[in-house]
Design a binder for this molecule. Sequence first.
Ligand SMILES: Cc1cc2nc3c(=O)[nH]c(=O)nc-3n(C[C@H](O)[C@H](O)[C@H](O)COP(=O)(O)O)c2cc1C
Length: 217
Amino acid sequence: MNFTPGDTQTLLDIMRSRRDVRGKSFLATPLEEEKIELILQAALAAPSVGYSQPWEFILIDDETIKEKIHKNFCCENEKAKEIFAEKEKYRELKLEGIREAPLNIAVLYSPQKKPVLGTTSMQKMGEYSVVCAIENMWLMARSLDIGMGWVSILNEKSVLNTLKAPPQKQLIAYLCLGYVSSFASEPELKTLKWEKEKQRSELLHRNRYNNSSSSKP
Ligand SMILES: Cc1cc2nc3c(=O)[nH]c(=O)nc-3n(C[C@H](O)[C@H](O)[C@H](O)COP(=O)(O)O)c2cc1C
């Protein structure tokens, strides 16, 4: 299969307009089954170390379960508030959309029982494979004009317990999905001046690591 420059541009447009969506940006409109299916197909098309496909997905639309996960978030977020110097600014951030999003998806890593090709030296490759699946979901969702938000301010063991998942599974992501009122044009944490966008010169090196921030590849 060959792609056109137009396809490449579309892919880049989808990547650049993907946003982390939270709170009131979500609409209550339920997601169509065929759209959810496309998002899951995107997840299952991801690369995985040794083709281990070490992912599992729990689709959650039960309000009681969402409420429990939201309580878990509130508890963890209370602790998080104490960690940051800019406490007041942190308090104003909306960092989840668990109850507002019509669909939540917990993405689990399933540790493999036998050795996996590619994980013999670098052991976290299984978890990283699951993250590849999540990014695929995020991009597919955006291409369908569906917003997705990643919530990680959660007690992992409690989430697994709430979802009745076996304790050997790991929670990689708790995702909130739904149609949105609008997509922001840039990361919210940039708009709110929580973090600055890094310059390319800080991030790219050529041939060897260069500590000088002025070096350009
Ligand atoms: C691994 C991971 C965990 C994240 N956890 C949270 C979270 O708990 N709450 C939140 O509001 N955003 C979370 N985010 C979203 C980031 O804050 C967001 O991706 C970043 O600010 C850039 O904004 P953008 O995704 O809209 O481009 C997470 C993102 C990643 C990749």
